[in-house]
Design a protein. Structure first.
Length: 511
């Protein structure tokens, strides 16, 4: 009597009618009894795909057939696609079976022992693969729909994690302690005052590391700056290369992201940002064309008289350019119009000084705490040595503990350094802010190009739209400092407004 094994596969628990595990098994057994074949073993793989042969029962079955070479004559399946959905795998498998003296039977082909059986099996294998492709096309289509709705279809970048929303759809969430660092790096770059090299230093000083715990490298940083997901925007093949709003709201504003792209574009050789800040055009990249939203660029064509004529223009729109001297004059007028009245100035100074005092106090407290931690670590270190002397620990243990303590104190030491530089910068920033608030036009005129750029962003955090057609500024968004100044003196402006002010100063700080 000939012998057989049966192989059954159900891809999901909700297997389509007529091909459930029981049905498959019954039909295969029926065929065996009809043909006087004894079923020795039944293998089944549950809930696995047939795209590869890497399935537990499949492997077990092949091992069994090999061991019992010459004793098993048939492998029975309900349908070819149960065995494999990959034509190449199927042909390889059938060749192997042939070598083992096993004939493959798919009982659902409706043809038994005909000359055409092999041909039909081949066709079925190819069709199964085709069906497989259609399926993955369907999966891709679904992914595309989800992606177009703003769901995350790929791995989260540094500082973010993949999560499921209430509808169990995939989206992202910030990783506490890392996301804010990423945001501060991205925001710092958008001020236009950082080179990539100085940004890498900033990552180091604030302790932002790669996912593997290594220092951030140029490539990773460049990727981070270009990744729109941090601004709550998605772009992928699923969105057909279009930026679309993500379900994840982001950790920086889209404006910051776009400004960074503009900065990256205009500084192909980003390491040279400072050099690229041309003193002739301080408002370049700060003013945007009101028609197309592209930052204005500067150039100095030589006129008919042979003289250079520096001008700002939009490189996209065919609008007349504007002479840079004229535009700078206009900008100074705008700054002058923002000057707070003397009363307000005094009031603002008071607030700024108060903020400053509060912040230095906080920083001072932080410093004290860090010094204390450092002391404790030194104490711990001498205890370890005592323990070694007393024979309570081994030399290896001592070395290990001392190394750990050293690492901890290095970290504390780093924190201390950054707190120190932060308080220095704060003093600096407040000084700038105060002088600038009361005499913006003069300070801007006399400042270096780097400081001009900082001032501009300090006052107009989102830049200014300029109408080349009419030579006019559009009403710009003011920084919190000036929003406050333009308000009439209000007794309710007490401690609550302090936060607003400190945020206005933020662009000067590294993080
Ligand atoms: Zn334009």
């Amino acid at each position: 009597m000939k012998k057989a094994v049966i192989y059954i596969r159900v891809s999901t628990t909700k297997q389509v009618e007529g091909a459930s595990l029981d049905t498959q098994q019954k039909l295969c057994q029926d065929w065996a009894s009809r043909n006087d074949v004894l079923v020795k073993k039944i293998y089944h793989d549950d809930g696995v795909s047939a795209k590869t042969l890497d399935r537990p029962a499949m492997k077990e079955m092949l091992a069994y057939l090999e061991e019992n070479k010459g004793h098993i004559q048939y492998l029975i399946t309900y349908q070819t696609d149960r065995l494999s959905r990959n034509a190449t795998d199927f042909f390889a498998l059938r060749t192997l079976l042939l070598k083992l003296g096993v004939q493959y039977k798919n009982i659902n082909s409706g043809i038994e022992d005909s000359d055409n059986e092999e041909l039909i099996q081949n066709l079925e294998a190819v069709l199964a693969q085709h069906d497989n492709r259609t399926k993955s096309t369907r999966v891709k289509h679904n992914m595309k729909i989800h992606a177009k709705e703003g769901y995350r279809m790929s791995k989260a970048p540094l500082g973010l994690k993949n999560v499921r929303d209430v509808l169990d759809k995939s989206t992202l969430a910030p990783v506490v302690g890392i996301a804010d660092k990423v945001a501060s790096v991205l925001e710092a770059y958008s001020t236009g005052t950082y080179t990539i090299a100085s940004l890498i230093k900033m990552c180091e000083s604030i302790g932002l590391k790669s996912a593997t715990g290594k220092p951030i490298q140029i490539q990773a940083l460049s990727k981070m700056l270009r990744n729109p997901i941090y601004a709550g925007l998605e772009i992928s093949i699923h969105t057909e290369g279009q930026l679309i709003p993500s379900k994840f709201k982001g950790i920086i504003t889209p404006a910051t992201f776009h400004r960074n792209q503009e900065l990256l574009r205009s500084n192909k050789n980003t390491a040279a940002t400072y050099k690229k800040n041309n003193p002739e055009f301080p408002l370049r990249r700060f003013l945007v064309c009101s028609k197309c939203n592209k930052p204005l660029t500067g150039s100095a064509p030589v006129g008919g008289s042979g003289k250079r004529s520096p001008r700002y223009h939009c490189s996209r729109c065919h609008l007349p350019s504007v002479q840079s001297g004229e535009l700078h004059e206009q900008f100074l007028h705008l700054l002058a119009s923002l000057m707070p009245d003397p009363d307000m100035e005094k009031f603002l100074k008071e607030i700024i000084v108060r903020v400053w005092r509060d912040e230095t106090q906080t920083l001072g407290k932080k410093q004290k705490k860090l010094h204390k931690t450092l002391e404790q670590l030194t104490e711990r270190r001498s205890k370890v040595v005592e323990m070694l002397v007393a024979g309570l620990i081994t030399v290896e243990e001592k070395i290990e503990q001392v190394a750990r303590i050293k690492e901890e104190s290095d970290n504390v030491q780093n924190d201390l350094t950054s707190v120190g530089s932060l308080s220095e910068l704060k003093t600096d920033a407040i000084d700038y802010a105060m002088r600038f608030m009361s005499n913006a036009p003069r300070i801007w005129s006399n400042a270096s190009i780097e400081h001009q750029i900082i001032y501009q962003r300090l006052v107009f955090p989102e830049g200014i739209e300029y109408e080349l057609a009419t030579n006019k500024f559009r009403t710009p968004k003011l920084s919190a400092l000036y929003t406050l100044a333009s308000m009439k003196k209000d007794p309710s402006l007490t401690n609550e407004s302090l936060l607003v002010i400190s945020r206005g100063i933020e662009p000067l700080l590294p993080g």
